[in-house]
Design a protein around this ligand. Structure first.
Ligand code: GCW
Length: 610
């Protein structure tokens, strides 16, 4: 089995009992790894996830709650295995109580936006998994402090509706496997479930519907008493929701939240709600404004156990977006940030794309205490190495560290991951780390320019297609013509910018002071607009694309020269070559697109195809 950052850990015994508690597992892990050492573990249940770790001569003392002891043990072990020093006294608590991975797995075995093979949990409309791999996954998650796993797609396709009905015993068996690792399951549910069950409505204010959800929650919790809760995508991209019945999203979310409350379950409600049947001719509607318009007026109307889950940006996981204004504006509602580890728009685990530097930028604008939870869409699958690209494992690893402490330093997270995963000399470690740190910027340079986004092949979302979404229904337009490109989102334009607090409005509203990398997100600019360093916009676009493709080629060369063990060496080389061709394709398509429109030549006379 491919062990990733746990490669120096002793093999987990296959007879690990399912009723082992996290604190017992903590002891087992420590004693297996260092049989000669003396470990003093003190269970103090009230501490929960928190732990206190003391190195007292030959004794390692850890005090913590059930899961706290486990996180303390993994912290100790990871430091030892990575050969990184630990302070003699360390107290640690996670910033967020819920640190979640959302899988978009379907019961037929496919994974929506999955780039690491088929589902780890399902095949042929049944549960289908290797228990040893599930335990390994539980161990990987726990080793970086992740504690909730939603196993099915938010687009709930039949027969996944049955996860809270006829498939409950199978779900419960899977929950058993994760329990020793302190990982609780969550389930995506379909708002229209009562219709499936034969009711004639799913209206949240209908008492029969309320009674149905109460009974459903009762059944679920009698099988899985520690289920984390339900996750819901409603009134979004064709899913049914409260709007069908003229009800608000507070009424919809509260219906489910009330059903879960007696069991301490949470209801995670996604705010990815927008008009996906927009007419491209209609420039009065601006998609990034939609979530704020829907949810801001509802602030304070949600039950206590509702968490609104909001994507990091107002669009949808593009290479660069400003922080979602909704994350900054709701004051009386619990919020979860949703990130995406699956590289849907960012190279699909073919192109190298390391995310932790990008998350660090996000937390510069998003006060960490605005959130109660953090979630990321999974990049896992059934491939032998779980992630498709071996280096994509660093995204899950660093997400765990970030969810524990949003102030984590990207270099530190990557340094630890590399130390744990590869036995490299210092110089190779630094080379790899530096390329991983630059990988997002490289990808950004050769794809859609300067915050514009969306010039991607429709539906598959890999490779360039500048006008692929231009005359479509999805609300993602660049409106490039021969003079200018972008949408004016200032107060004089669509007004999107007014959804931000004053400080960000000021930062973004003037095109000359708006950071270059977001200029085309907020503004419509002529091609001869002067950028920060005096270059014209069009020259900046050409330069970025030539540089990005060149850097992708250098990156590929560097990766191939590093001493990765088999089979990673092959996997990485193969993907690096594909990235190089992808980058060239993007460079040429984007440059040609803008050159044809603007008629402006490249000042450096490089090849742009006619
Ligand atoms: O970006 C879109 C994806 C869909 C996804 C949706 C969402 C699960 O293309 O595949 O559906 O986001 O986040 O709900």
């Amino acid at each position: 089995m491919y062990l990733h950052w746990l490669k120096n850990f002793p093999v987990l015994p296959s007879d690990t009992p399912v009723d082992l508690s996290p604190s017992e597992l903590a002891r087992q892990e420590l004693e297996m790894a260092f049989p000669e050492k003396d470990f003093a573990l003190t269970l103090s249940p009230a501490l929960g996830d928190t732990f206190v770790l003391d190195l007292l001569g030959a004794t390692v003392a850890i005090t913590g709650g059930e899961t706290g002891l486990l996180y303390g043990a993994y912290t100790y072990l990871c430091h030892m295995m990575a050969d990184e020093p630990l302070p003699n006294h360390l107290e640690s608590s996670p910033r967020y109580p819920l640190r979640m991975i959302d899988c978009w797995d379907n019961m037929d075995g496919s994974v929506e936006r999955g780039y690491a093979g088929r589902s780890l949990f399902f095949e042929g409309n049944l549960f289908s998994y290797d228990p040893a791999r599930i335990r390994h996954l539980g161990r990987l998650l726990a080793s970086v402090g992740l504690n909730v796993l939603c196993i099915n797609n938010v687009n709930v396709h039949e027969p996944a509706q049955g996860l809270i009905a006829e498939s409950l015993p199978a779900l419960s068996a899977l929950a058993d496997l994760f329990r020793p690792f302190g990982v609780r399951l969550m389930i995506s549910v379909d708002f229209s479930m009562p219709l499936r069950a034969g009711l004639d409505s799913a209206d949240p204010l209908d008492p029969a519907v309320q009674a149905w959800w109460e009974a459903a929650a009762g059944r679920v919790y009698s099988e899985i008493p520690d289920l984390a809760g339900f996750l819901v995508k409603a009134d979004s991209e064709g899913r049914l929701g409260p709007f069908t019945y003229g009800r608000s999203h507070a009424e919809g979310a509260n219906l489910l939240a009330r059903a879960l409350a007696p069991y301490n379950g949470v209801l995670v409600w996604r705010c990815f709600v927008y008009n996906c049947r927009q007419d491209w001719r209609d420039s009065s509607v601006d998609r990034p404004m939609a979530a704020f318009e829907t949810y801001q007026p509802l602030d304070g109307q949600f039950e206590k156990n509702v968490i609104l889950q909001i994507k990091n940006g107002p669009f949808d996981f593009q290479v660069r977006e400003p922080v979602s204004p909704l994350l900054l504006s709701l004051k009386h509602t619990s919020l979860a940030l949703e990130l995406q580890l699956a590289q849907e728009y960012t190279g699909q685990q073919i192109d190298l794309y390391t995310m932790v530097p990008m998350w660090q930028e996000l937390f510069r604008d998003l006060p960490a205490d605005r959130l109660s939870a953090i979630a990321a869409v999974s990049n896992l699958g059934r491939d032998e190495n779980l992630f498709g690209h071996p280096l994509a494992a660093a995204n899950l690893f660093s997400f765990g560290l970030l969810a524990w402490n949003p102030q984590v330093r990207p270099e530190m997270a990557l340094e630890s991951w590399i130390r744990l995963t590869y036995t490299f000399r210092e110089v190779d470690r630094q080379i790899l780390k530096n390329w991983m740190m630059s990988s997002r910027r490289i990808y950004e340079k050769y794809t859609a320019p300067l915050g514009l986004g969306w010039m991607i092949t429709p539906h598959t979302h890999y490779g360039p297609n500048p006008s692929g979404y231009e005359y479509d229904l999805w609300g993602t337009y660049h409106r490039a013509d021969r003079n200018a490109v972008g949408i004016d989102r200032t107060a004089a334009g669509t007004g999107y910018i007014t959804q931000y607090p004053q400080e960000l409005q000021v930062r973004y509203s003037d095109p000359s002071s708006c950071p270059d990398l977001l200029k085309l997100f907020f503004h419509r600019l002529p091609y001869d607009f002067r950028m920060e360093d005096g270059r014209t916009l069009i020259q900046r676009i050409y330069d970025d694309h030539f540089e990005g493709a060149e850097e992708a080629a250098e990156l590929a060369k560097a990766l191939k020269a590093l001493p990765f063990p088999a089979p990673d060496d092959q996997e990485i080389a193969l993907r690096a070559d594909r990235q190089v061709s992808n980058a060239k394709e993007w460079r040429d398509v984007i440059n040609t697109f803008f050159h044809r429109l603007s008629g402006i030549p490249d000042a450096k006379g490089r090849t742009i195809y006619p």
